[in-house]
Design a protein around this ligand. Sequence first.
Ligand code: NAP
Ligand code: 3JN
Length: 340
Amino acid sequence: MKEYNVAVVGATGAVGRMMLTVLEERNFPINNLRLFASPKSKGLTLPFKGEQIPVEVLEETNSFKGIDIALFSAGAQRSLDYAPLFARDGAVVIDNSSAWRMDPEVPLVVPEVNPHAVAQYKNKGIIANPNCSTIQMVVALKPLHDYAKIKRVVVSTYQAVSGAGQKAINELEIQTKAWCEGRSLPEPKYIPQTIAFNCVPHIDVFLSNRYTKEEMKMVNETQKIMEDPNIGVTATTVRVPVFYGHAEAVNIETEKKITVEKAIELLEKAPGVIVLDDPDKKLYPLQIEVAGRDEVFVGRIREDFSIENGLNLWVVADNLRKGAATNAVQIAEVLIRDYL
Ligand code: NAP
Ligand code: 3JN
């Protein structure tokens, strides 16, 4: 089997480390692996397949020649600055940030939904990975949309702190410990408000339309991935005191009726989806159980009796896996299978 030279940019972060785990777990065919991070990580090594790989400092003077695939998760500014340099030197960049997602020349891909869009990597040498909250929602919505055409989506999220990076994970831990020990809580730094024992309806920055940027990512990215600008989407994104796994309460209105039985049948057949839905057995997806899994879990499937054709769903996935690293590696797998 052909092997590829792979780079992970932002390798020391929460997403980057998961990227290494997923590449190893899926036995991605790697010839040479290069890792990049900030000057802070100079001298560090990270484990991969029993070896310690040195972390290189990302600098414009680096040569990126010889890299076939570069997985980026070092923030949007690094993606804007460096993705074109990697692409110029011959790599296909799979970018986890929001930097390129809405560029009409850059495909925004969830392999279970629009794998064909990968072909557009040729435009700029860049493929965008969607936001974690969007990814898990569209995986669940795609089979329902194909069957009944979704007119409108109303979603509220319950997002883990790991979505805000390693420092936010530490912040929840520190606040929780302080609270349990009866000490006063330190000032929040990485989540905008105290997150221990609290829910914060504020992810990313507020925009002039009163939504947060995270909420508008869900609107715009869903329409692009589903290739349907007419799907109405409205979102409320909330940070909750959970370490790993995002949950979403999703309400959809469809053109055609979908019964609960039909929805379960469609979702059970859908790639990458696992239905966990048995109220009598208290069976529904839970963040704590879905953490560490690559699939999207759906439960609490029930009709919305307030409208003619409505359905409610509870959708849960591991935000660092399917929401970021796994989706990016799956894109790379489509790329090498069909294009490189
Ligand atoms: P994180 O834990 O804070 O990690 C940030 C990573 O970026 C670290 O490896 C860091 O290196 C590196 N970095 C920061 N500044 C850099 C610079 N000037 N040059 C080179 N590397 C630099 O954050 P994370 O949660 O992994 O998220 C990283 C990015 O991935 C986010 O900013 C976002 O764009 C994207 N993301 C996407 C999703 C998604 O929904 N698909 C989810 C989460 C994150 P050091 O350790 O050396 O500082
Ligand atoms: O907060 C979350 O749960 C997901 C966060 C994703 C994120 C964090 C910082 C910057 C993104 C993203 O993927 O949209 C970005 C960004 O690239 O804008």
